[in-house]
Ligand binder design. Structure first.
Ligand code: ZN
Length: 133
């Protein structure tokens, strides 16, 4: 893994959270993107070199609405940038980790993404992401 790419925060209302985090960070979000495959609306903030992603569910089947029902709003995942997501999935599987979906999907921000099962990572949901070139 190369670095932390972003931290994802589950929110009930993207509109309210955008205002709150803009006043917290002192910068406005730089984009909003709907990710159909994940049933989420996202917004991104940049603080120095680091990114924060806010996620609101757009459907009850969304992992975000399930997360909020179970745990409430809050930190949802940590995303790590990888050079080659397919090679990294293979490496992690060989290490005994489990992916939630075997094949990467197109996520927000022009990335291929996939998630590791949190039951094998101390309850932390980890996202791998690779820039689509
Ligand atoms: Zn993410």
């Amino acid at each position: 893994m190369k670095k932390i790419e972003h931290i994802g925060i589950a929110v009930r209302s993207l509109e309210n959270a955008n205002k709150l985090f803009a006043s917290l960070f002192g910068v406005e979000h730089y984009k909003i993107e709907n990710v159909e495959s994940e049933h989420v609306a996202t917004s991104f903030f940049k603080i120095g070199d680091d990114k924060i992603e806010l996620l609101e569910a757009t459907s009850p089947e969304s992992a975000i609405s399930k997360f909020i029902k179970k745990k409430g709003e809050g930190v949802h995942h940590i995303a790590f940038e990888v050079e080659n997501i397919y090679a990294e999935i293979e490496r992690l599987k060989n290490e005994g980790f489990q992916m939630i979906h075997d094949a990467p999907k197109k996520g927000a921000d022009n990335k291929l993404i996939c998630f590791l099962h949190p039951k094998l990572t101390n309850g932390v949901l980890i996202e791998l992401c690779q820039e689509i070139k």
